[in-house]
Every structure is written in structure tokens, then in C-alpha cells.
Design a protein around this ligand. Structure first.
Ligand code: MG
Length: 254
């Protein structure tokens, strides 16, 4: 039974017991209304999770990159991921292609840290571009958006070409930044139509920038997005020809 099912069940039992006592004349209506314990739920007890210290993952997270290797990743052609690992970070090797997690995911909490090149080159979408794709399809844009005008629904922390971030919480070139993302996968009916769109919440450097927004479909560079039924899929990081760095990537299944 789901936690929600257990919770509803417990509450119903509790209220039935209280109602029973009330009906049996053991408690007055006023007593029922005044007894705090009648609305206390002691079960289910949430499992213990030890939060990570600064820079480390919570105890129940799947660590996707801890600075040492790309074992959890593959290249978009299926072979080993060939981005460069050094000094506790992984750097995009322009032209090497996107990398994807070996595992597939659906509903998740994802933490990822990234840095744009300290030396600024290019402008707009050509400056410090990458992206994190949930379920291999829904892109939260990564971009150097520090004093770098571009279309607002394509700047850092946008849901690319779908949702403008609430604010621009970008740090400057070369500085480490973070995304904490809550992603709930789309639900499809038996006819393949979407019955509940994917939803995305993003904190950029701890600042809320996407508040439970609905994806209109998989990210598209050109044209309007359209849902097509799909199952769980990897997380993908984009090679957009800029030597972006990443570190401390972990994920929790929800
Ligand atoms: Mg991108």
C-alpha cells in the first residue's frame, strides 16, 4: 500500500474510532473536538535519511558523479562516456557528444553543480551552454546567463523554450553553481495521450526559479512540443561545444 493509502487508512480508522466512542456515549462531541491526539498520526514513520554534509549526497541518493569517474554514464553512441575527469570535476569535451546515465529514471530529485568557462567567449546561446535533460527529453537549460542577454525562455534555468525562470540567480563565469530539481514524470493513458504533463521545480543556487511548472512536451529547438508516450529514461547532459564543468551529481528516486 502506498504511504498516502496508509495515511488515509490510519486517519479513517482514527476518526471511526473517535466516532465510535462518540456514538457509544463514551465521549461527547466537544471532547472529540478537543482531543489533540485524535488528529495525530504516528504511522507511517518516515524512513531516516542522513542529509549530506556540504558537497556530499544524502544517504539514500544514487551518486551519479563524485569527482572520480564516469562509471554511471555512457556516451550518446552507447560506449563509455569520454568527457574529461580531473580535479574532482568532469569537463565537456566539445564534439564528444552528450552523455547519459546508464540507469533510467522517472520521478526524481536531482542535484547537479556546474560551472561555465572562466574565460568568456561567445555570446547569447553560444556562451557557456549545456543542459540537463530529464528523461532524456525535458531540458533545464544550463547557460552563462551572467550579463549575457539571450531569449528569456532560453537563459539559464529556463525549461528550454517553454518556461522563463522566475528570476536570474546566475553566478559569474567560472564560479560553481547548482541546480536542485524536482521532476515528476508525465503520465500517459492507455491510448498514449498524456493525462498528466511532467512537472518541474528548480532551485538555482538555492533560489526558486521554476515553481512546479508543466512541461508542454519534450524540448524542441524548432517548433512546438508535443507529447509522445514513453517510459523511464536516462538523465542526459548536453555537449553544446562549450567546455562546461560539472561536479557533485546525485539523484533520489521519488
Ligand atoms: Mg542547452
Amino acid at each position: 500500500m502506498s504511504n498516502r493509502g496508509k495515511l488515509t487508512g490510519s486517519l479513517v480508522l482514527l476518526l471511526l474510532a473517535a466516532q465510535g466512542a462518540y456514538c457509544a456515549g463514551e465521549l461527547t462531541r466537544e471532547e472529540v473536538m478537543m482531543r489533540a491526539e485524535l488528529t495525530e498520526l504516528w504511522e507511517p514513520v518516515p524512513p531516516e535519511v542522513h542529509p549530506g554534509d556540504a558537497g556530499s549526497a544524502p544517504s539514500d541518493a544514487i551518486v551519479l558523479f563524485d569527482g572520480s569517474n564516469l562509471d554511471a554514464w555512457k556516451s550518446n553512441t552507447g560506449g563509455p562516456a569520454s568527457w574529461r575527469v580531473a580535479d574532482g570535476a568532469v569537463t565537456v569535451v566539445p564534439g564528444a557528444g552528450d552523455i547519459l546515465t546508464r540507469e533510467s529514471f522517472g520521478d526524481v530529485q536531482l542535484h547537479i553543480e556546474w560551472a561555465t568557462p572562466a574565460e568568456v567567449s561567445g555570446e547569447s546561446q553560444g556562451r557557456g551552454n549545456s543542459g540537463v535533460f530529464l528523461m532524456d527529453r525535458y531540458e533545464v537549460q544550463i547557460l552563462d546567463s551572467y550579463n549575457n542577454p539571450t531569449y528569456a525562455n532560453g537563459q539559464a534555468a529556463s525549461v528550454y523554450k517553454q518556461h522563463i525562470p522566475l528570476v536570474n540567480a546566475s553566478r559569474g563565469p567560472g564560479l560553481w553553481q547548482s541546480y536542485d530539481i524536482v521532476f515528476m514524470k508525465p503520465v500517459f493513458g492507455s491510448n498514449g495521450r498524456v493525462v498528466r504533463p511532467a512537472t518541474i521545480t528548480v532551485f538555482h543556487n538555492g533560489v526558486l526559479v521554476q515553481n512546479n511548472v508543466e512541461a508542454r512536451g519534450p524540448t524542441r529547438f524548432i517548433g512546438t512540443p508535443q507529447y509522445e508516450a514513453h517510459g523511464d529514461a536516462p538523465i542526459r547532459l548536453q555537449d553544446h561545444s562549450n567546455p562546461m564543468r560539472f561536479r557533485n551529481i546525485w539523484i533520489r528516486r521519488l
